[in-house]
Ligand binder design. Sequence first.
Ligand code: PSU
Ligand code: MN
Length: 303
Amino acid sequence: MTLPLTIRPEVKAALEDGAPVVALESTLITHGLPHPTNVETALAMEAAVRDASAIPATIAILKGAITVGIGAEDIESLARMPAAQVRKCSRRDLAIATALGQYGATTVAGTMIVAKMAGIKLFATGGIGGVHRGQPHDVSADLTEFGRTPVTVVSSGAKSILDLPLTLEALETNGVPILGYRTDVLPAFYSGRTNLPIDQRIESAAEAAAIIRAAQALGAQNGILVAVPAPAEHELDLEIAEAAIAQATRDAAASAIGGKDITPYVLSRVSELTKGASMAANIALLINNARIAGEIARELGRL
Ligand code: PSU
Ligand code: MN
């Protein structure tokens, strides 16, 4: 059976040649950032991957077709669609969106699944999902996906709107190594660093690639998280971020926001409360993570 994937010719050729490819997710376009910032950021992430001499492949579902490497026009049209018209696709959603011909944006979990199907080893995003604050049973499917899908994700840790200590526990349970890119502690998404330890500090893309290669050699079925602190010049003061996150979390509870809607709601509320500073940090870290993922993909190609 051939895989039900549409792969852009440039990406297909790169995969066949063993050239470096970095997948990019689409939920941050449709549910994570407002228009037109979402389009600009998605295109800037693709450019950052290319700057590192790798090929970007933004993944989304277009009228039921799981597409690996959507074009700039598709990015633009998804970015303009009301979020309610695009299915936020985690593991449970992929079959529904494809069977019913829907538009879908892939989350970290959804992107890992499609990347693996396409043979792409790593992808970049901002912050993975995790355990929600005050709702320890609301655990993102991203975390279980890391336990079962061997794809490396370059992010600034988990989004700091989450309960980070509980998120680390869930990653540990799922057997997921966390590599700190030039950091000994978990990044706090928008704001530099937490005081939470990670598994191993690494200094270079080459070290990340060596660990990914070793995991492959061991037949590991789990994902790997490469955690990169937000660029210092754009990071948000930790206290300012924490105050806004606490307020936004209370507002979400007061408005009875739940399920898939919590993350998008809290991200946009924090952006309002910080007068855009959190969004500026989010954009900067997304682009930086894309570049580092490109460098790791290139090193992986050398091994
Ligand atoms: N990184 C960002 N912004 C985002 C996301 C990541 O900078 O919006 C998305 C990812 O797609 C991630 C999702 O999988 O948020 C988590 O959603 P949830 O908590 O509902 O699992
Ligand atoms: Mn959730």
